[in-house]
Design a protein around this ligand. Structure first.
Ligand code: FOL
Length: 185
């Protein structure tokens, strides 16, 4: 059994929506900065983190931000060959989560692994034995969405207090949200 822990990170609104029409339903500058910090920061400066995403999530990242800087970008797809032709060199393309984990196991320079969506990838990671914590930003508003965060089984995952993560309500314009962390029992 591998020691690769999968940390999930997502922002979801009241109806658990995470996306619409291939984009994020909101624009929250500080929330995005939190995503960048969490997925990038390492305690060992000789290491880097990996981000695992589905092909649609790859597509939703603006061209100028992809691949995501200072992180090993791993894209999951059922069409490895065709996607490989359409991503820059250095981006790892794999057919599934187990192949992503195998790749990470062979890279001792990877410190932490972040699963960054979307729905089907979050679901696969949440039910995987290597699933660690879920970093969920709970946005206190409803948006029209066509993609949703999977149900969190509260028998399996419980809310924890994390040092370093602000526990107070965050406010950006007319939108407020909380940074929550769930840990598997
Ligand atoms: N988790 C959280 N907490 N918030 C999110 O918005 C979020 N988004 C995704 C996955 N997990 C999340 C997937 N969508 C970028 C764009 C979309 C996206 C993830 C990342 C992106 O372009 N990120 C850049 C910074 C962009 C900016 O500063 O505007 C990066 O370097 O991280």
């Amino acid at each position: 059994m591998s020691k690769v822990k999968l940390n999930l990170i997502a922002a979801a609104c009241e109806n658990m929506g995470i996306g619409t029409n291939g984009t994020l339903p909101w624009r929250l500058k500080k929330e995005m900065a939190y995503f960048t910090t969490m997925t990038t920061q390492v305690s060992d400066p000789t290491k880097v983190n990996a981000v695992i995403m589905g092909r649609r999530t790859w597509d939703c990242i603006p061209d100028k931000y992809r691949p995501l800087d200072n992180r090993i970008n791993i894209v999951m797809t059922h069409n490895v060959d065709s996607v490989k032709e359409n991503v820059p060199e250095g981006v790892i393309v794999v057919p599934g989560l187990d192949e992503a984990i195998s790749y990470i196991e062979k890279r001792p320079d990877i410190e932490a692994t972040w699963v960054i969506g979307g729905s089907s990838i979050y679901k696969a990671a949440m039910t995987h034995e290597n699933c660690g914590k879920i970093y969920l930003t709970e946005i206190q508003k409803s948006f029209d969405c066509d993609t949703f965060f999977p149900n969190i089984d509260k028998q399996q995952f419980h809310l924890v207090d994390e040092e370093k993560i602000p526990s107070e309500k965050q406010v950006e314009g007319d939108i407020s949200y909380y940074f929550r962390v769930y840990k598997r029992l």
